[in-house]
Design a protein around this ligand. Structure first.
Ligand code: PGA
Length: 234
């Protein structure tokens, strides 16, 4: 199966013009582009091969100022929704109970949920066994009563590896693969790796067949780097 690449643009780029330019340059097969909500429609119009994803969703509709519902996302042609990203967990105190609601909502709407899990540095410092225990507990809570697991993708993103985190560095391919094998024992789904993936290190991860693809933040904003990474994967 081809590797899936999810581009998480976060709150970037800053204008519609730049966003469309980046979308056109990133429009490749087996790529999911997750632009800011604001630019979903403009990106969709410019995609021929890539699929459209959203970075989050709210679990209700109606009087919720500033939020975006799953039906709204669906109406724009969104096929994938990132849920439980560590920036949401950290910055907005998103709990596993909320994430569980979102996963159920996304899957119930017939879209694919990309559930992000991963341990913080103090947990990892205790060793890989502690990290596995932490990730297993996130999966159990986030996936409580989740059916139709075939619409689920898990992204293992150790929080300490995400490029904007101070002193971050990518996980080693060997350890990422270990964790991904462990996740696959807990839940039957495709599992991606995310956290400082770059042109320089992506080949290392490719040696491990169990890694089904990548969730890429910073490097997906650099069109040339992103194109190079896609080429390496083909
Ligand atoms: P990064 O981000 O590739 O910049 O580390 C990944 C993510 O936050 O999803």
């Amino acid at each position: 199966m081809s590797k899936l690449v999810v581009a998480n643009w976060k709150a970037n780029p800053q204008t519609g013009v730049e966003t469309v330019k980046l979308a056109k340059a990133s429009d490749k097969k087996n790529v999911v582009i997750c632009p800011p909500f604001l630019f979903l429609e403009a990106v969709k119009k410019n995609l021929k091969k890539a699929m459209l994803g959203a970075q989050d969703v709210f679990w209700k509709e109606g009087a919720f100022t500033g939020e975006v519902s799953v039906k709204e996302l669906k109406s724009l042609g969104v096929k994938y929704v990132i849920v439980g990203h560590s920036e949401q967990r950290r910055n907005f105190k998103e709990t596993d109970a909320i994430i569980n609601k979102k996963v159920k909502l996304v899957i119930g709407a017939g879209l694919k949920a990309i559930l992000c899990v991963g341990e913080e540095l103090p947990v990892r410092k205790k060793g890989i066994t502690a990290a596995k225990k932490f990730v297993k507990s996130q999966l159990q809570k986030d996936l409580k009563n989740v059916k139709k697991i075939n619409n689920l993708i898990v992204a293992y993103e150790p929080v300490w590896a995400i490029s904007i985190v101070k002193n971050s560095k990518a996980d080693t391919p060997e350890d990422a693969a270990k964790m991904i094998r462990f996740i696959k024992k807990t839940v039957w789904s495709r599992v991606l790796y995310g956290g400082s993936v770059s042109v320089k290190n992506i080949r290392g991860f490719l040696k491990y067949k169990e890694i089904d693809g990548f969730l890429i933040g910073g490097a997906s904003l650099k069109a040339k780097d992103f194109q190079k990474m896609i080429k390496i994967l083909r």
